[in-house]
Design a protein around this ligand. Sequence first.
Ligand code: BGC
Length: 760
Amino acid sequence: MLNLSVLTEPGFCPHSLNKYASVMACGNGYIGIRATHEEDYTQQTRGMYLAGLYHRAGRNETNELVNLPDVTGIEIELDGANFTLLAGEIRHWQRELNFANGELRRSVLWRSPAGQQYRIESRRFVSLDQLPLVAMQLSVTPVDASAEIVFKTGIDATQTNSGRQHLDEVSVRVFDPHYVQGIYETQDRASEVAISASCRLTMSDSSSCFSAKNRRITAHHSVTVLQGDTVTLEKLVWIAHRSDKALSQESFARNALAELKSCAARGYGSLLEQSASAWETIWRDSRVAVASAEPSDQLALDYAVWHLTAMTPAHDERSSIAAKGLTGEGYKGHVFWDTEIFLLPFHLFTRPQIARNLLRYRWLNLPGAREKARSHGWSGALFPWESAASGQEETPEFAAINIRTGLRQKVASALAEHHIVADIAWAVVAYWQATHDDDFMRNEGLTLLMETASFWMARATEINGRLEIHDVIGPDEYTEHVNNNAYTNYMAWHNVASAHQFMAMFERDDAHFTQKASHFLARLWLPEIDEQGVLPQDDSFMTKPAIDLSRYKAKAGKQTILLDYSRAEVNEMQILKQADVVMLNYLLPERFTPQQCAASLAFYEPRTIHDSSLSKAIHGIVSARCGDMQSAYAFWRDGIAIDLGDDPHSCDDGIHAAATGAIWSGVIQGFAGLQIVEGELHLAPRLPSHWTRLAFPLRWRNATMQITFDMGVLTIDTSAPVTLTLWGKTVTATGRQVWPYEDFLTSVNGTATTEVSDGA
Ligand code: BGC
């Protein structure tokens, strides 16, 4: 038994409706549904999204993830009064998301303003087994007397993305007593969605009718329920999506309805069971288990795996992962470097096929990236800083308007945040190293490496005989338009070196490319460690003044520095939004010694506000690698708090997907010490002082391993022999083997006096 966690919402609070709608969202990589309540609240933002379904609503807009017609809303009338938790009294409250079976449940005992008590229970899940299926149940039990109960629910296409409407209603229909269907089309006619719903009451002596008005199709059910009896409304929804129009619209709609009918024949319980067994497989393949004195450590890890699964379109290589997953409209559902650097590692080491899909998404979008490079006068592929379905640049040209000046600040990332090109190449290399998938490398991988490398070779400028990369933004977005950002230069070098190396390995002949690559590698300027032992972030960083950032750090994530200083002023000071050199230390561990990494942490951390959710976890991993487990754990916990902490508005417009990936990475790459060094697997578990055990599954090449580090003893159960480096010493694991950490102590210090056998 895995004993999975349950995420609870402690009470009903109008201020945190949207936070919990995000963190308790359900999804299966195809659809994501915010955990909004059935009844309406003005502050509550409903949201249902389909991976890859983007549309542009107007001239000055970019493509955004479409917020679909709502199916979760149910108007509940109890003895003539609308059920709302803003009135009356909540006498009992329980709301939880059960990670084991994927069910979101709420149980409320409510006393109406008229003094009558009702027990209201709701359950919902998004099927992991049948991707287009959403199932709900809502039950009401009148406690004090019999009651007249009315439910109104259906499909509500008045839903918008903050007022922007993307869909035309093509048709709405009612079929026999239980089914409704709406067909919607994006306004550019590129995609169609058929939403079919069945609504049934458990009590037969109810009366029902339908209405269709103003983009809402609604089933109305009225029933008299005796005191203590329970009426249950079961609603099943099938959400079909298509962008190719091979079938007629009638057949598309008819097939969707037939699918729904076959689910309706099975009912909620059996559908839930089947979805739960699909979740069981996910947990078996990716659950990280810890024994910690702090129980919420385990909760955070289960939460992370839940969302990493719910946000990832494992079924479709044409879509990737949005910065907020499928839980909200933040960043318009766009895809950033977050995917390759923060989310891909989880998949790579648990279900590598998904990592391959994510890279194929970039490969399929190469035409857009080539076009972007070409339009700026460069060769190769310049991947968009933000992308959606097509691979074209989707970064909005301007940030929010300054309402005092009426001016809009240009967003520079699309113009200069070019490191995403090397980040994608880094992920291609990591994928091959962890899988040895030669087919992928020979086809998509090498093309990606060569195109990205070509970009860097064109992008660099020759200055006095050396190549430099000018006018970029590194990961630290508070420092714009600088020359020779260390992160960018080292990653670009790694990108070109990898293209060069894999071309040789896979015998891809291109003498011109090889010659250019050798020239680039010999001449690209790689910033050097200065007299203080620190790698300068860029050419000008070290000449800028530093200021005390403590009050801004105390409000990390809120960008409060921009209330006191303009962006231009921030640019001229030593102020980092997020990890930059430290990020480089994390990604290319073989390039830097632990002393150099420790020096970066000591120098850059006080200068980093951590205003991006991509920052703290990386500091945590690098701290762990430097042996500072206390700081590593503190950073890891701060990373968890980004969405799971007390701030009621931290994730109103969706969870922070990258920070969620970093919860997994912080433990596996931090505390378990997983690194790929020179293409080989390294592990060096060292746990926070109040953890006694860490266990997790790990995929590496053809092996599926279960790794357990318990009271200082490492056990590896592997399906195939694996050669790996444990605490600095190379061993081969076969079958089930046990290694006490003690045996490695001397070798870790450099003088191996203990012979560690390749077995226990
Ligand atoms: C960060 C970027 C990140 C983006 C999306 C920004 O605030 O600075 O690094 O890619 O958010 O998560």
